[in-house]
Design a protein around this ligand. Structure first.
Ligand SMILES: [Zn+2]
Length: 117
C-alpha cells in the first residue's frame, strides 16, 4: 500500500516571500529586508518608521537595512510611492537606525586612542 502519493509539502521556494527593495530595486526575501511604515504626524509629515517585526498595520515599504539603499530610496522619493503617501516623508528614524547621518557622511568614531589620562 502506497501512502502519501500527493505532495504533502510544497517545494522549498514556495514559502519564501520576496519583496523589492525601494532603494536599489533588487529583489530579496523579506527576512533580508527591513519593513518600513509611514505614520502621519500632526503637521502632515509622514514619519517613516522601521517595523522589523513586520507587525504594523497598513502598507509597508521594504528596504535593505543599508544607508546606501536608504539614500537611494529618499532620492527617488520611493517611500511616497511605495506607501501611497503624498507630501513630505521624514526618514530620520531610519537614518538613526542605520547608524549614519543624513547627507551620506559616515559618523566619526569617537576615538580615545592617544589621549593622555
Ligand atoms: Zn537595496
Amino acid at each position: 500500500m502506497v501512502r502519501g502519493a500527493r505532495p504533502a509539502n510544497p517545494p522549498d521556494r514556495a514559502f519564501r516571500p520576496v519583496r523589492t527593495c525601494v532603494g536599489c530595486r533588487k529583489r530579496a526575501s523579506t527576512s533580508e529586508l527591513l519593513r518600513v511604515v509611514a505614520t502621519e504626524s500632526e503637521d502632515g509629515v509622514f514619519v517613516l518608521e522601521p517595523d522589523p517585526a513586520r507587525v504594523r498595520p497598513g502598507r509597508g515599504a521594504h528596504l535593505h537595512p543599508e544607508p546606501t539603499c536608504l539614500a537611494l530610496a529618499e532620492r527617488r522619493r520611493a517611500f511616497g510611492r511605495a506607501l501611497r503617501v503624498t507630501g513630505v516623508t521624514d526618514a530620520g528614524a531610519l537614518w538613526k537606525l542605520l547608524g549614519t547621518s543624513e547627507g551620506g557622511a559616515p559618523p566619526r568614531p569617537t576615538s580615545k586612542v592617544g589621549r593622555p589620562t
